[in-house]
Design a protein around this ligand. Structure first.
Ligand SMILES: [Cu+2]
Length: 233
């Protein structure tokens, strides 16, 4: 058979024909689900988006907050498989804040010509990558939830944060305070936020995700005036 001239399979023909006989309201319902990202008329194939906004006590947007949604239904969402890299460039860590799902391996390439010594003494991950340039042969696996403060043993001003969460549903807020989490399965979630400069965490909120569409929610974080450091023992 010539390429591009395949005939419809019997199963395709039999799904198209009944649709033509259905009442228009049923067809519209099916099209609405398809437009929302549903692959089939099954709630498990549907997913909605969560548009969170993070604000300080004065209502100003907060950048670099980690926002995550924990399923309350006990469902097992698919694992987050994004590759994660935290670069050292111009004696800075980029990005400053990195959310990861627990179990994620992170690479720490040093793009500077000067050597760095990346370390953390945080309870959620203690590690040390001694004086190097380029990319260390082994990534660092973040295997516990919570805050990890990164520092450099040579350059005290270098400071960054990894935050481990037990869910694939997470995002970091931009300069406008917006953090968008895509493709959440329908159901109830506990929505959390964390910021490296917070003096008090946002109260967890309960949000209900529908099969399609976007749910909006605002989270309030109280910031501290006290600068952070990579604590040493
Ligand atoms: Cu350094």
């Amino acid at each position: 058979m010539a390429p591009g001239r395949q005939t419809a399979s019997p199963s395709t023909r039999w799904t198209v024909l009944p649709m033509l006989l259905l009442p228009s309201s049923v067809v519209r319902f099916g099209l609405a689900l398809a437009a929302g990202g549903c692959a089939a008329l099954s709630s498990h194939a549907c997913a909605g988006d969560l548009a969170a906004r993070v604000r300080d006590a004065q209502g100003r947007p907060i950048e670099d907050a980690v926002v995550w949604a924990m399923p309350l239904s006990g469902q097992s969402p698919p694992r987050d498989t994004r590759a994660v890299t935290i670069v050292q460039r111009d004696k800075r860590f980029i990005p400053r804040v990195t959310p990861v799902q627990v179990g994620t391996a992170v690479q720490f390439p040093n793009e500077d010509t000067v050597r760095h010594h990346v370390y953390s003494f945080s309870p959620a991950k203690v590690f040390s990558l001694k004086l190097y340039v380029g990319t260390p042969p082994n990534p660092v696996v973040f295997d516990k939830a919570g805050e990890v403060v990164l520092g450099c043993n040579i350059h005290d001003q270098m400071l960054a944060f990894v935050y481990g969460v037990d869910t694939p549903y997470f995002a970091r807020s931009g300069a406008d305070g917006a953090a968008r989490i895509a493709n959440l399965l329908p159901g109830d979630y506990a929505l959390h936020a964390w910021h490296p400069d917070q003096s008090a965490a946002a109260a967890a909120a309960r949000v209900s995700m529908r099969a399609t569409g976007t749910v909006e929610h605002t989270l309030g974080v109280t910031l501290s005036e006290r600068p952070r450091t990579a604590a040493r023992p």
